[in-house]
Ligand binder design. Structure first.
Ligand SMILES: [Zn+2]
Ligand SMILES: [Zn+2]
Length: 369
């Protein structure tokens, strides 16, 4: 009769271990067995996956301890040690939660499992390492198709009724084109909107304008978000630093002459109009200079519309899901009168990111107010 013994454990932090002995039946036999096999349950895994080390002994009845060492193969450092009482068993399983420790990708091996069998006096009586190593992989570089934001946004124009002091849906709608591209590159998610600028005469656009505006727009949106794999077992505690299961979102505004996602007309000087005028700032009409009748982050706000975001102020192009009679907007938001990228702005990217990487991610907002 042979009974298998199982241990479930997690590598709770670097070099630490927790193990729980499974059921087993002690045997009257005590011949020293050989370690027949040591193998990872998979050849490759994602960071944060639980992977098993499977060990088989040649015979039952031995009363000793299996010591399963997990080694960081690239540096030769032991990063986990798990002990399982043999208690007469023959097959054993040890769960290990993988983690990426070295920023080397593309076929480089990450983990080796090395097993020692020790007797009651803690002498090593058998040793064996897994023939196959475990490799932590991340998605291959990929580029989304264009037009992923749907190409167009529309929402009702609400009107304020002074008599009733309520907002009512008007007959008209706001509508604007929006479009961008997603790229997964070496662990980063790059959101790019390519904008073709056209100067309204007599204004003349220069490369200096473009460089300044790009830096300005990207400055407001920089470092705001990352995504984390839903299935990463490290969960909210995940501290991975190699873009293995956590991927930063980089938002880029590229000014191009062709292959654009969106078009914007630029008027020279500063806006001297009032809100509601035809030539006010909007997603497709920008002004050369900032003026104090608009928020400081106005250009980053208009760029937000090109990414498909709605206004977050009463009377603006608010999301169709918003009722202005009950909504409360945070005026610190870049889509309101403030300058901050908000959590919901990044959330709109998740579906496209999941599609591109064929996985499930949740958003982490890195600049909470
Ligand atoms: Zn993780
Ligand atoms: Zn990770």
């Amino acid at each position: 009769m042979s009974e298998s013994s199982t241990a479930e454990a997690m590598l709770v932090s670097m070099g630490e271990m927790v193990s729980v002995a499974g059921d087993a039946v002690a045997s009257i036999f005590s011949a020293t067995p050989e370690i027949v096999s040591v193998a990872w349950s998979k050849k490759t895994c994602r960071c944060g996956d639980v992977v098993q080390v499977n060990v088989t002994l040649s015979s039952e009845g031995f009363d000793g301890t299996l010591v399963i060492g997990v080694l960081d193969h690239m540096r030769g450092v032991k990063i986990g040690n798990f002990t399982i009482p043999v208690k007469g068993g023959v097959t054993f399983r040890q769960a290990v939660t993988s983690i990426k420790l070295v920023d080397v990708w593309g076929g480089a091996f990450d983990f080796l499992a090395a097993v020692e069998l020790r007797d009651a006096q803690w002498n090593v009586v058998a040793e064996k390492s897994a023939a196959e190593l475990l490799t932590v992989v991340r998605p291959a570089n990929a580029l989304s198709p264009q037009n992923i934001s749907g190409g167009w946004r529309t929402c009702p124009k609400w009107e304020y009724d002074k008599k009733t002091a309520l907002w009512a849906k008007g007959q008209e709608h706001y509508g604007w084109p929006c479009n961008y591209q997603l790229e997964f590159k070496d662990g980063e998610i790059i959101v790019t909107c390519k904008v073709k600028l056209t100067a309204r005469a007599p204004f003349v656009l220069t490369d200096a304008h473009k460089a300044r505006w790009r830096a300005e727009i990207e400055g407001y949106w920089a470092g705001a978000y990352e995504v984390h794999r839903v299935l990463c077992k490290w969960g909210l505690q995940c501290g991975c630093t190699y873009h293995c299961c956590r991927h930063p979102i980089v938002i880029q505004c590229e000014f191009v002459d062709q292959g654009e996602h969106c078009e914007v007309e630029v008027i020279g000087g500063a806006c001297d109009k009032e809100w509601g005028d035809t030539d006010w700032w909007c997603s497709s009409v920008w002004w050369e200079d900032w003026s104090d009748n608009v928020p400081k982050a106005v250009r980053a706000h208009e760029f937000g519309h090109l990414l498909g975001l709605y206004d977050e102020y009463l009377g603006g192009a608010m999301s169709p899901s918003v009722d202005p009679n009950t909504v409360t907007f945070d005026d610190r938001s870049v889509m309101s009168s403030g300058a901050a990228p908000m959590k919901n702005h990044g959330g709109t990217l998740i579906v496209s990111i999941n599609t591109l990487l064929k996985d499930k991610f949740y958003l982490r907002w890195l600049r909470p107010l």
